[in-house]
Design a binder for this molecule. Sequence first.
Ligand SMILES: Cc1ncc(COP(=O)(O)O)c(C=O)c1O
Length: 339
Amino acid sequence: MQALLALEPEAHDVFQRLWLGYTESPGASALRQEICRLYATIQPDQVLVHSGAEEAIFLFMHAALQAGDHIIVHSPCYQSLGEVARSIGCDITRWPATEQQSWALDVDDLKRTMRSNTRAVVINIPHNPTGYLMAQDDFREVSRITQAQGIILFSDEVYRESEHDSADRLPPACDINEQAVSLGVMSKTYGLPGLRIGWIATHNAAIQAKMAALKDYTTICNSAPSEFLAEVALRHRQKITQRNLDIITSNLAVLDHFLARHDEQFTWIRPKAGPIAFPCLVGEDIESFCHELVTTAGVLLLPSTVYDERDNHFRIGFGRKNFPEAVARLEEFLTSRHK
Ligand SMILES: Cc1ncc(COP(=O)(O)O)c(C=O)c1O
């Protein structure tokens, strides 16, 4: 809070005087104006602010889908990107990212799986958990073929602006596709999940109106203090993003060295964005390994079995400042087992 409020001379006083009535249901207009700066073609009335990305995912799925509809979902994925649709009664086809292809999505796969009742294609780029970034041409092709078929592209872009090389950054889907819905949030690149501020940006007025109507049954409007803090943070997002990228970059170097020292036990595709990687453990079961690691060394890795994948990968986050200490403990654990 202190660091955030120190970004602007008046911020502390404005915060103290904040009115705590209901706020505007679509999101405070000053906040929506700041959000628009992330996009090239979006106006404030094409933004709908939510309580985190999670609420936006839930409302999008309920606005766009009905039981019996078909949906294609980038996989493995953040759980709710697939599970909310499943709970509605949709038929889900996974669009698999595979390690053999460096976690790339195959656009021909998408073409083969589209059906007459496919209502949405869900992608998450930069990708949690692999750190994969799609090539520009493929991204435009995905946008083109979904739009041509009248299928909504739901593009989870919560890790956008955390590309390790900014030259790899993709355009937001909503800027290149009139039907697409782009998802953003304060939690990831900007490191402020406690604000619970997320949003969708879209030219698709019909889906936006349905989501706005559903929001009256979930949260009605957002928290006024959070909206103000998010507005300040976004005004200074270059500074915040750089701070977070510096942490990620120095932690990634620690991870690089660790995996190089243990290359008989681990293989991996180095992530191109974000603070998450999805390496593979060689020669022993990942679930028992993670269980033993967390119970004996207090280090938590997420086995790929929680993504319903039986491929022995694990999700490792390297976005925290104490990452070097966690790696040291992991290394100690590995050496003590080989004694
Ligand atoms: C890819 C992805 N989308 C959406 C979310 C949800 O974000 P939030 O927790 O801010 O609602 C997450 C959170 O981990 C995520 O990783």
